[in-house]
Design a protein around this ligand. Structure first.
Ligand code: DAL
Ligand code: ZN
Length: 261
């Protein structure tokens, strides 16, 4: 009887041991994640890193300059004017898409706009168009002064950049509108089919919504659902995946609600 009890106890201990040995380590138990975008690897191909493992950096935030006006990543805001102030990119070309104002952009951004507009039309049967793209320093002088005449300087500064401070001068930004042209340069563009599609899909062609809703304290501008900025597919996708909405936050730059002077 005692022998039976001892054998039983030993068997139970071995069984418990094997459960202990073969039970998954708590850190290796798959963690339920919120739904991931379709273009990110599934958890099975990308296991949750152990807390004690070195952080694996998959994206180099300093690959390209954010200061050089010729860089696809240049950050222009109220604290970061273009340098030189009258900069004009050497590779500006006409962008062959429907337009309100004839659209010029840098070559890579122009090619991506053409591809993005075509994809939108193929998917939905609808069309979008260029409202305004590259603006030189001198053109921005007129645009900004027009807004000041209409809204006063404080109002103008919430919607229009001063000359030398506009992303439009980089040749990488485009204001996009719908065909037919409803809600052009109006916040109701966000509710159009074109506005909704762009907000969900523009990153796939390398564009970001540069002045998102609720970010005025960071970007310095009111919500502009029509203003898209080309930064390249890798950065646009990284911002989409991480949910970081502004270039200022992504690159740890100071918020730029106001001009320095
Ligand atoms: N509307 C944007 C801020 C610009 O004028 O560049
Ligand atoms: Zn714009």
């Amino acid at each position: 009887m005692i022998a039976v009890l001892i054998i039983g106890a030993v068997f139970a201990a071995v069984l418990a041991g094997s459960i202990f040995v073969f039970a998954p380590h708590p850190q290796e138990v798959p963690v339920a994640e919120s739904p991931s975008p379709s273009n990110t690897p599934s958890p099975s191909t990308s296991p949750t890193p152990r807390p004690d493992a070195p952080l694996k950096l998959t994206f180099d935030r300093r690959q390209f300059s954010i200061d050089d006006p010729a860089s696809l990543w240049v950050v222009v805001d109220k604290l970061r004017p273009l340098n030189p102030a009258n900069y004009a990119a050497p590779d500006l070309i006409q962008t062959p898409v429907p337009f309100v104002n004839s659209p010029v952009l840098r070559k890579e951004a122009a090619d991506q706009i053409v591809a993005m507009f075509a994809a939108y039309t193929a998917e939905t049967g609808n069309k979008m168009q260029a409202q305004s793209a590259y603006r030189s320093y001198d053109v921005q002088v007129n645009v900004y002064n027009g807004w000041v005449a209409q809204l006063g300087q404080a109002g103008a500064d919430l919607t229009s950049a001063r000359p030398g401070y506009s992303e439009h001068q980089t040749g990488l930004a485009m204001d996009i509108s719908a065909v037919p042209n409803t809600c052009a340069l109006d916040q109701c563009f966000a509710d159009t089919d074109q506005g909704k599609w762009l907000a969900a899909n523009a990153y796939k062609w390398g564009f970001i919504l540069r002045y998102p809703n609720g970010m005025t304290d960071i970007t310095g501008y009111e919500f502009e659902p029509w203003h898209y900025r080309y930064v390249g597919i890798s950065l646009a996708t990284e911002m989409h995946t991480t949910g970081i909405q502004t270039l200022e936050q992504f690159f740890d730059l100071p918020a730029a609600p106001h001009y320095a002077n």
